[in-house]
Design a protein around this ligand. Structure first.
Ligand SMILES: Nc1nc2c(ncn2[C@@H]2O[C@H](COP(=O)(O)OP(=O)(O)OP(=O)(O)O)[C@@H](O)[C@H]2O)c(=O)[nH]1
Length: 317
Protein backbone atom coordinates (compact mmCIF):
# COMPACT_ATOMS: atom_id res chain seq x y z
CA UNK A 1 0.00 0.00 0.00
CA UNK A 2 2.63 2.46 1.09
CA UNK A 3 4.77 1.49 -1.87
CA UNK A 4 1.92 2.24 -4.22
CA UNK A 5 1.31 5.58 -2.59
CA UNK A 6 4.95 6.48 -2.88
CA UNK A 7 5.22 5.44 -6.48
CA UNK A 8 2.08 7.29 -7.40
CA UNK A 9 3.51 10.36 -5.71
CA UNK A 10 6.69 9.95 -7.67
CA UNK A 11 4.84 9.64 -10.92
CA UNK A 12 2.75 12.67 -10.04
CA UNK A 13 5.98 14.59 -9.62
CA UNK A 14 7.45 13.24 -12.83
CA UNK A 15 4.34 14.09 -14.79
CA UNK A 16 4.79 17.83 -14.77
CA UNK A 17 3.43 19.13 -18.03
CA UNK A 18 4.16 22.21 -20.04
CA UNK A 19 2.99 23.34 -23.42
CA UNK A 20 1.14 25.66 -25.72
CA UNK A 21 -2.54 26.18 -26.28
CA UNK A 22 -4.24 28.60 -28.60
CA UNK A 23 -7.80 29.82 -28.74
CA UNK A 24 -9.32 30.29 -32.14
CA UNK A 25 -12.72 31.54 -33.11
CA UNK A 26 -14.51 34.34 -34.85
CA UNK A 27 -14.03 37.93 -33.72
CA UNK A 28 -15.87 38.62 -30.47
CA UNK A 29 -16.09 34.95 -29.56
CA UNK A 30 -14.60 35.76 -26.17
CA UNK A 31 -11.02 34.56 -26.68
CA UNK A 32 -9.29 37.47 -24.94
CA UNK A 33 -11.67 37.54 -22.03
CA UNK A 34 -11.20 33.83 -21.54
CA UNK A 35 -7.42 34.17 -21.71
CA UNK A 36 -7.53 36.85 -19.03
CA UNK A 37 -9.83 34.78 -16.87
CA UNK A 38 -7.60 31.72 -17.11
CA UNK A 39 -4.44 33.63 -16.45
CA UNK A 40 -6.06 35.57 -13.66
CA UNK A 41 -4.15 38.15 -11.73
CA UNK A 42 -1.23 35.89 -11.12
CA UNK A 43 0.58 36.49 -14.32
CA UNK A 44 1.53 39.21 -16.70
CA UNK A 45 -0.01 39.28 -20.11
CA UNK A 46 2.95 39.86 -22.32
CA UNK A 47 3.97 40.42 -25.85
CA UNK A 48 7.05 38.27 -25.52
CA UNK A 49 7.81 35.98 -28.38
CA UNK A 50 9.26 32.72 -27.25
CA UNK A 51 12.07 31.57 -29.50
CA UNK A 52 10.56 28.15 -29.88
CA UNK A 53 7.42 29.28 -31.68
CA UNK A 54 6.24 32.02 -33.94
CA UNK A 55 3.38 32.89 -31.66
CA UNK A 56 2.86 35.74 -29.29
CA UNK A 57 2.48 34.65 -25.71
CA UNK A 58 -0.68 36.13 -24.29
CA UNK A 59 -0.47 34.72 -20.83
CA UNK A 60 0.84 31.88 -18.79
CA UNK A 61 -1.09 29.75 -16.35
CA UNK A 62 1.27 28.48 -13.67
CA UNK A 63 0.18 25.49 -11.69
CA UNK A 64 2.20 23.26 -9.41
CA UNK A 65 1.79 20.40 -11.87
CA UNK A 66 1.78 22.27 -15.14
CA UNK A 67 2.53 25.35 -17.13
CA UNK A 68 -0.01 26.27 -19.75
CA UNK A 69 1.19 28.89 -22.21
CA UNK A 70 -1.58 30.62 -24.10
CA UNK A 71 -0.50 31.91 -27.48
CA UNK A 72 -2.04 33.93 -30.26
CA UNK A 73 -2.04 32.62 -33.75
CA UNK A 74 -2.91 34.71 -36.78
CA UNK A 75 -6.54 34.72 -37.85
CA UNK A 76 -7.79 32.48 -40.60
CA UNK A 77 -9.58 34.09 -43.50
CA UNK A 78 -11.63 32.96 -46.41
CA UNK A 79 -8.97 33.03 -49.09
CA UNK A 80 -9.80 35.11 -52.12
CA UNK A 81 -6.30 35.32 -53.53
CA UNK A 82 -3.21 33.22 -53.76
CA UNK A 83 -1.69 35.32 -51.02
CA UNK A 84 -4.73 34.62 -48.85
CA UNK A 85 -4.21 30.93 -49.38
CA UNK A 86 -0.54 31.13 -48.52
CA UNK A 87 -1.40 33.01 -45.33
CA UNK A 88 -3.86 30.32 -44.39
CA UNK A 89 -1.09 27.78 -44.90
CA UNK A 90 0.88 29.66 -42.28
CA UNK A 91 -2.08 29.55 -39.92
CA UNK A 92 -2.44 25.81 -40.40
CA UNK A 93 1.25 25.29 -39.78
CA UNK A 94 1.10 27.24 -36.54
CA UNK A 95 -2.04 25.40 -35.43
CA UNK A 96 -0.22 22.16 -35.98
CA UNK A 97 2.60 23.39 -33.75
CA UNK A 98 0.61 23.99 -30.59
CA UNK A 99 -0.30 21.20 -28.21
CA UNK A 100 -4.01 21.90 -28.06
CA UNK A 101 -6.46 24.16 -29.88
CA UNK A 102 -9.51 25.61 -28.15
CA UNK A 103 -12.25 26.62 -30.56
CA UNK A 104 -14.40 29.34 -28.96
CA UNK A 105 -18.06 29.61 -29.95
CA UNK A 106 -20.38 31.99 -28.14
CA UNK A 107 -23.39 30.31 -26.54
CA UNK A 108 -25.68 33.14 -27.54
CA UNK A 109 -25.08 32.96 -31.28
CA UNK A 110 -26.10 30.33 -33.75
CA UNK A 111 -23.25 28.56 -35.45
CA UNK A 112 -22.63 30.43 -38.69
CA UNK A 113 -20.65 30.02 -41.89
CA UNK A 114 -17.64 31.70 -40.28
CA UNK A 115 -17.58 29.11 -37.50
CA UNK A 116 -18.01 26.28 -39.98
CA UNK A 117 -15.15 27.60 -42.07
CA UNK A 118 -12.82 27.46 -39.08
CA UNK A 119 -14.13 24.06 -38.00
CA UNK A 120 -13.50 22.70 -41.48
CA UNK A 121 -9.91 23.84 -41.30
CA UNK A 122 -9.58 22.33 -37.84
CA UNK A 123 -10.80 19.04 -39.22
CA UNK A 124 -7.70 18.99 -41.38
CA UNK A 125 -5.38 19.40 -38.39
CA UNK A 126 -5.32 15.77 -37.45
CA UNK A 127 -2.71 15.48 -34.77
CA UNK A 128 -3.52 18.43 -32.53
CA UNK A 129 -6.27 17.77 -29.97
CA UNK A 130 -9.18 20.15 -30.33
CA UNK A 131 -11.47 21.32 -27.55
CA UNK A 132 -14.71 23.13 -28.25
CA UNK A 133 -15.31 25.95 -25.79
CA UNK A 134 -18.83 27.30 -25.68
CA UNK A 135 -18.32 30.78 -24.25
CA UNK A 136 -20.58 33.37 -22.60
CA UNK A 137 -22.86 30.78 -21.03
CA UNK A 138 -24.16 33.44 -18.65
CA UNK A 139 -26.05 34.96 -21.58
CA UNK A 140 -28.31 31.98 -22.26
CA UNK A 141 -30.65 29.66 -20.37
CA UNK A 142 -29.90 26.00 -19.92
CA UNK A 143 -32.10 24.91 -22.81
CA UNK A 144 -30.35 27.17 -25.29
CA UNK A 145 -27.00 26.06 -23.92
CA UNK A 146 -27.88 22.39 -24.31
CA UNK A 147 -28.91 23.03 -27.91
CA UNK A 148 -25.68 24.83 -28.63
CA UNK A 149 -23.60 22.01 -27.15
CA UNK A 150 -25.41 19.51 -29.35
CA UNK A 151 -24.95 21.72 -32.41
CA UNK A 152 -21.24 22.06 -31.74
CA UNK A 153 -20.87 18.31 -31.35
CA UNK A 154 -22.87 17.72 -34.51
CA UNK A 155 -20.81 20.16 -36.55
CA UNK A 156 -17.60 18.23 -35.80
CA UNK A 157 -19.22 14.89 -36.56
CA UNK A 158 -20.39 16.17 -39.91
CA UNK A 159 -16.83 17.21 -40.67
CA UNK A 160 -15.50 13.81 -39.68
CA UNK A 161 -13.87 14.51 -36.35
CA UNK A 162 -14.69 14.64 -32.66
CA UNK A 163 -13.90 17.24 -30.05
CA UNK A 164 -11.64 16.00 -27.31
CA UNK A 165 -13.97 17.84 -24.96
CA UNK A 166 -16.83 20.28 -25.23
CA UNK A 167 -16.69 22.73 -22.36
CA UNK A 168 -19.24 25.43 -21.60
CA UNK A 169 -17.67 28.40 -19.81
CA UNK A 170 -18.45 31.90 -18.71
CA UNK A 171 -15.32 33.96 -18.37
CA UNK A 172 -17.31 36.90 -17.05
CA UNK A 173 -19.26 34.80 -14.57
CA UNK A 174 -16.19 32.69 -13.69
CA UNK A 175 -18.06 29.50 -14.48
CA UNK A 176 -16.01 26.45 -15.39
CA UNK A 177 -12.87 28.43 -16.20
CA UNK A 178 -10.80 26.36 -13.78
CA UNK A 179 -12.34 23.21 -15.21
CA UNK A 180 -11.22 24.27 -18.67
CA UNK A 181 -7.64 24.55 -17.38
CA UNK A 182 -8.03 21.11 -15.76
CA UNK A 183 -9.01 19.68 -19.14
CA UNK A 184 -6.29 21.47 -21.12
CA UNK A 185 -3.42 20.45 -18.86
CA UNK A 186 -3.54 16.67 -19.52
CA UNK A 187 -3.25 17.42 -23.23
CA UNK A 188 0.12 19.09 -22.79
CA UNK A 189 3.32 17.09 -23.17
CA UNK A 190 5.22 16.05 -20.10
CA UNK A 191 8.12 18.31 -19.36
CA UNK A 192 9.53 20.95 -17.08
CA UNK A 193 8.22 24.51 -17.00
CA UNK A 194 9.28 26.43 -20.08
CA UNK A 195 9.25 29.79 -18.34
CA UNK A 196 10.58 30.51 -14.88
CA UNK A 197 7.60 31.65 -12.89
CA UNK A 198 9.24 34.89 -11.85
CA UNK A 199 9.95 35.95 -15.39
CA UNK A 200 6.49 36.78 -16.41
CA UNK A 201 4.59 36.94 -13.18
CA UNK A 202 6.51 39.86 -11.88
CA UNK A 203 4.41 42.31 -13.76
CA UNK A 204 4.25 45.20 -11.32
CA UNK A 205 8.03 45.48 -11.23
CA UNK A 206 8.31 45.26 -15.00
CA UNK A 207 5.54 47.77 -15.44
CA UNK A 208 7.25 50.20 -13.12
CA UNK A 209 10.52 49.78 -14.96
CA UNK A 210 8.72 50.41 -18.25
CA UNK A 211 7.12 53.50 -16.76
CA UNK A 212 10.48 54.91 -15.67
CA UNK A 213 11.84 54.44 -19.18
CA UNK A 214 8.76 56.03 -20.69
CA UNK A 215 9.09 59.06 -18.43
CA UNK A 216 12.73 59.51 -19.36
CA UNK A 217 11.92 59.10 -23.05
CA UNK A 218 9.21 61.72 -22.90
CA UNK A 219 11.25 64.25 -20.99
CA UNK A 220 11.85 67.35 -23.04
CA UNK A 221 9.92 66.08 -26.06
CA UNK A 222 6.44 65.94 -24.56
CA UNK A 223 5.09 68.42 -27.09
CA UNK A 224 6.68 66.73 -30.05
CA UNK A 225 5.48 63.26 -29.23
CA UNK A 226 1.88 62.37 -28.68
CA UNK A 227 0.83 60.34 -25.68
CA UNK A 228 1.12 57.14 -27.56
CA UNK A 229 4.67 56.27 -26.82
CA UNK A 230 4.74 52.94 -25.08
CA UNK A 231 7.46 50.96 -23.40
CA UNK A 232 7.44 47.22 -22.97
CA UNK A 233 10.01 45.41 -20.89
CA UNK A 234 10.64 42.27 -22.91
CA UNK A 235 12.96 40.59 -20.49
CA UNK A 236 14.29 41.22 -17.03
CA UNK A 237 16.68 38.59 -15.72
CA UNK A 238 19.52 38.42 -13.23
CA UNK A 239 22.75 37.84 -15.12
CA UNK A 240 24.14 34.38 -14.58
CA UNK A 241 27.56 33.66 -13.13
CA UNK A 242 27.74 36.81 -11.07
CA UNK A 243 29.26 36.75 -7.59
CA UNK A 244 26.52 36.88 -4.94
CA UNK A 245 27.68 40.26 -3.70
CA UNK A 246 27.79 41.79 -7.20
CA UNK A 247 24.48 40.98 -8.88
CA UNK A 248 23.48 42.51 -12.18
CA UNK A 249 20.05 42.58 -13.78
CA UNK A 250 19.76 42.55 -17.57
CA UNK A 251 16.77 44.47 -18.87
CA UNK A 252 15.72 44.49 -22.50
CA UNK A 253 13.02 46.99 -23.33
CA UNK A 254 11.36 48.32 -26.45
CA UNK A 255 10.25 51.91 -26.83
CA UNK A 256 7.31 51.97 -29.22
CA UNK A 257 6.43 55.04 -31.21
CA UNK A 258 3.67 55.68 -33.69
CA UNK A 259 5.43 56.74 -36.84
CA UNK A 260 8.86 56.22 -38.37
CA UNK A 261 9.35 59.99 -38.33
CA UNK A 262 9.29 59.97 -34.54
CA UNK A 263 12.22 57.63 -34.36
CA UNK A 264 14.65 60.47 -34.88
CA UNK A 265 13.16 62.46 -32.03
CA UNK A 266 13.63 59.62 -29.58
CA UNK A 267 17.05 58.58 -30.80
CA UNK A 268 18.45 62.08 -31.34
CA UNK A 269 21.55 63.09 -33.29
CA UNK A 270 24.04 60.23 -33.26
CA UNK A 271 21.86 58.42 -30.75
CA UNK A 272 22.61 60.93 -28.01
CA UNK A 273 19.06 61.32 -26.77
CA UNK A 274 18.42 57.61 -26.53
CA UNK A 275 21.68 57.26 -24.65
CA UNK A 276 20.58 59.95 -22.19
CA UNK A 277 17.23 58.22 -21.79
CA UNK A 278 19.09 55.03 -20.99
CA UNK A 279 21.43 56.63 -18.45
CA UNK A 280 18.67 58.52 -16.74
CA UNK A 281 16.17 55.69 -16.51
CA UNK A 282 18.85 53.19 -15.54
CA UNK A 283 19.73 55.23 -12.49
CA UNK A 284 16.12 55.28 -11.43
CA UNK A 285 15.62 51.58 -12.13
CA UNK A 286 18.70 50.75 -10.09
CA UNK A 287 17.24 52.74 -7.23
CA UNK A 288 13.94 50.89 -7.59
CA UNK A 289 15.43 47.40 -7.77
CA UNK A 290 18.37 48.00 -5.48
CA UNK A 291 20.79 46.33 -7.91
CA UNK A 292 23.00 47.47 -10.77
CA UNK A 293 21.31 47.14 -14.11
CA UNK A 294 22.37 46.62 -17.69
CA UNK A 295 19.73 48.33 -19.78
CA UNK A 296 19.27 47.51 -23.47
CA UNK A 297 16.83 49.85 -25.23
CA UNK A 298 15.40 49.53 -28.71
CA UNK A 299 13.12 51.92 -30.55
CA UNK A 300 10.37 50.38 -32.64
CA UNK A 301 7.53 51.68 -34.72
CA UNK A 302 4.27 50.32 -33.37
CA UNK A 303 1.58 50.67 -35.96
CA UNK A 304 -0.12 47.57 -34.71
CA UNK A 305 -0.22 48.69 -31.12
CA UNK A 306 -1.99 51.76 -32.17
CA UNK A 307 -4.65 50.05 -34.18
CA UNK A 308 -5.46 47.60 -31.46
CA UNK A 309 -7.32 49.29 -28.61
CA UNK A 310 -6.90 46.26 -26.38
CA UNK A 311 -3.14 46.29 -26.73
CA UNK A 312 -3.04 49.99 -26.04
CA UNK A 313 -5.15 49.57 -22.94
CA UNK A 314 -2.75 46.93 -21.78
CA UNK A 315 0.04 49.44 -22.16
CA UNK A 316 -1.80 51.87 -19.95
CA UNK A 317 -3.55 54.11 -22.47
N1 LIG B 1 -21.60 38.04 -20.88
C1 LIG B 1 -20.38 37.66 -21.26
N2 LIG B 1 -19.68 38.39 -22.13
C2 LIG B 1 -18.46 37.98 -22.49
C3 LIG B 1 -17.89 36.80 -21.98
N3 LIG B 1 -16.67 36.65 -22.54
C4 LIG B 1 -16.50 37.71 -23.36
N4 LIG B 1 -17.58 38.51 -23.33
C5 LIG B 1 -17.77 39.77 -24.07
O1 LIG B 1 -17.73 39.51 -25.46
C6 LIG B 1 -17.04 40.55 -26.15
C7 LIG B 1 -15.90 39.99 -26.96
O2 LIG B 1 -14.96 39.39 -26.08
P1 LIG B 1 -13.43 39.27 -26.44
O3 LIG B 1 -12.80 38.48 -25.35
O4 LIG B 1 -12.84 40.60 -26.74
O5 LIG B 1 -13.51 38.43 -27.77
P2 LIG B 1 -12.33 38.00 -28.75
O6 LIG B 1 -12.69 36.67 -29.28
O7 LIG B 1 -11.01 38.09 -28.06
O8 LIG B 1 -12.47 39.07 -29.86
P3 LIG B 1 -11.40 39.52 -31.01
O9 LIG B 1 -10.22 40.10 -30.29
O10 LIG B 1 -12.16 40.50 -31.80
O11 LIG B 1 -11.06 38.27 -31.77
C8 LIG B 1 -16.59 41.53 -25.08
O12 LIG B 1 -17.52 42.56 -25.02
C9 LIG B 1 -16.62 40.71 -23.80
O13 LIG B 1 -16.88 41.48 -22.67
C10 LIG B 1 -18.65 36.03 -21.03
O14 LIG B 1 -18.24 34.99 -20.51
N5 LIG B 1 -19.90 36.51 -20.73
Amino acid sequence: MSVRTQSSEQSAEAAHRAGFACFVGRPNAGKSTLTNALVGKKVAITSNRPQTTRHTVRGIVHRPEAQLILVDTPGLHKPRTLLGERLNDVVRATWAEVDVIGFCLPADQKIGPGDRFIAKELAGIKRTPKIAIVTKTDLVDSKALAEQLIAVDQMARELGFEWQEIVPVSAVGDQQVALLADLLVPLLPEGPALYPEGDLTDEPEQVMVAELIREAALEGVRDELPHSIAVVVEEMLPREDRPADRPLVDIHANIYIERPSQKGIIIGPKGKRLKDVGVKSRQQIEALLGTPVFLDLHVKVAKDWQRDPKQLRRLGF
